[in-house]
Design a protein around this ligand. Structure first.
Ligand code: SAH
Ligand code: SF4
Ligand code: F3S
Length: 448
């Protein structure tokens, strides 16, 4: 039956959009900004792709396999589009910035390409597509921080949230595509950050992670990162504060002092080393030496003996000798990391490494070195967890365990996952537990 509503032109009805996110926490944060912008312009957010008129994919370019996964998804969207030609497909984020028009030319039915600094223009890009064109905006900005936009929180637990405090990166590590996909570094207005944090706390959130590619170089007017951390921690003693990521060259004593003075700033620092070899660090353009890095580790331990330290490692970067690889293994042992993200080097077009160095480590060697790194880290994680047996920790409850509804999952200040029997407490509560046993990934505890 024809009703007035089915007679309305398609472009007048509120379109529904679905969004899928790949990559780092910054990208997950950006997705929440995109949802906010789209909703404010009359689009309806849906969680199921089948219900959507618009499918957006927020993409990552950090390694080739991250991009390959997205190409796979785009083929699936293209198949869907053959059955539903009105479907609008948009690629946003780092891959959009890196590949630009090439994404539209790839014949996968992509209608919209929007880089990380152009999300405010998404509604107008949608209009261009509705009138039969393609919508492309990959301009990078020196100012955009989306400071005034309240992200629509998509996390389920309602306990922990990410707050973006800066965008872009100026470090130019020779292997890394981020400075090209996200542009230069800029810091967000500290008043808007604190307002967002206070609002989250008032809504029941009990943990915020301040996010940026290199948070320690945050600076807004006279406000440094250490100042911002102090002000964030002072929002409430019941609010846990974390941050990611900190570049070793900028990890200041001032920050360590602020952390040590505030028990609600979590005892956990992610300090990517990438390599343990001075010659390799030089080629990577990391701007610190192994000695400098280890001195920073000592400084962390001096200020906070119970602080967990985690890292990122790249295996098989250009020209990596066996000796350089072994220096990485020895650094890992010397620091005794609680956890690490570990990757095989993947050449990225346009970076200094791709222009001036040779990706000359064969895949077999890269794989073998990565496996050695992963095996060592598993041992280190297990060893670190074993040392916690018998200790008590205050954990922030995140929700029920997936395996057993009578158990809860929470994290220690050191960011370790604890599981314990408990049917009374709720997400957002603080509970004291004692560790009975462990795996390399989890502390098995009971309530005390
Ligand atoms: N700004 C953050 C990291 C962002 S990318 C920092 O400097 O700590 C996250 C991690 O991906 C990096 O720390 C690095 O270990 C890894 N990575 C970056 N580029 C890579 C590449 N081309 N191949 C393999 N791993 C890479
Ligand atoms: Fe990439 Fe280096 Fe910037 Fe991290 S600090 S985003 S690794 S260029
Ligand atoms: Fe990936 Fe871009 Fe983040 S390349 S790691 S999504 S900054």
């Amino acid at each position: 039956m024809i009703t007035p509503s089915t007679l309305r032109p398609v472009t007048d009805k509120a379109l529904k959009f679905y969004i899928e996110t790949y990559g780092c926490q910054m990208n997950f944060g950006d997705t929440e900004i995109v949802v906010s912008i789209m909703r404010d312009n009359g689009y309806i957010y849906v969680e199921k792709m089948e219900e959507a008129d618009i499918v957006l994919v927020n993409t990552c370019s950090i390694r080739d396999n991250a991009e390959q996964r997205v190409w796979g998804r785009l083929s699936e969207f293209a198949a869907l589009k053959r059955r539903r030609p009105a479907l609008i497909v948009g690629v946003i984020g780092c891959m959009a910035e890196r590949l630009k028009e090439r994404l539209v030319e790839a014949d996968k039915g992509v209608d919209i390409v929007a880089g990380p600094d152009s999300y405010r223009s998404l509604p107008s890009l949608m209009e261009e597509v509705k009138s039969g064109g393609k919508g492309i905006n990959v301009l990078l900005s020196r100012e955009e921080t989306y400071a005034d936009i309240s992200p629509v929180r998509l996390d389920r637990n309602g306990v922990s949230a990410f707050v973006s405090i800066m965008r872009g990166c100026n470090n130019m590590c020779s292997y890394c595509v981020v400075p090209y996909t996200r542009g230069g570094e800029r810091s967000r207005d500290s008043d808007t950050i604190l307002a967002e944090v206070r609002d989250l706390f008032d809504r029941g959130y009990r943990e915020v992670t301040l996010l940026g590619q290199n948070v320690n170089s945050y600076r807004y007017g006279d406000t440094t990162f250490a100042d911002l951390m102090r002000m964030t921690a002072e929002v409430s003693p019941l609010l846990r504060v974390r941050f990611a990521t900190s570049h070793p060259k900028d990890l200041s004593d001032e920050l360590l002092k602020v952390m040590a003075a505030h028990p609600n700033i979590c005892r956990s620092i992610h300090l990517p080393a990438q390599s343990g070899s001075d010659t390799m660090l030089e080629r990577m353009n990391r701007k610190y030496t192994r000695g400098w890095y280890l001195e920073r580790i000592d400084a962390i331990r001096r200020h906070m003996p119970d602080c967990a330290i985690t890292t990122d490692i790249i295996a098989g970067f250009c020209g990596e000798t066996q000796e350089e690889h072994e220096a990485t293994l020895s650094l890992m042992r010397q620091v005794g990391y609680q956890f690490a993200y570990m990757f095989k080097y993947s050449e990225r077009e346009g970076t200094k490494a791709s222009r001036h160095m040779k990706d000359d480590i064969d895949d077999e060697t890269k794989t073998r070195r990565l496996t050695e790194i992963i095996n060592l880290q598993n041992d280190l994680s297990l060893e670190s967890n074993r040392q916690d047996i018998g200790k008590t920790f205050e954990v922030l409850v995140e929700g029920p365990s997936k395996r057993n509804p009578d158990e809860l999952v929470g994290r220690t200040s050191q960011n370790k996952v604890c599981v314990f029997a408990d049917t009374v407490h709720r997400p957002g509560d603080y509970v004291t537990v004692q560790v009975d046993d462990c795996t390399s990934a989890t502390l098995l505890c009971h309530r005390v």
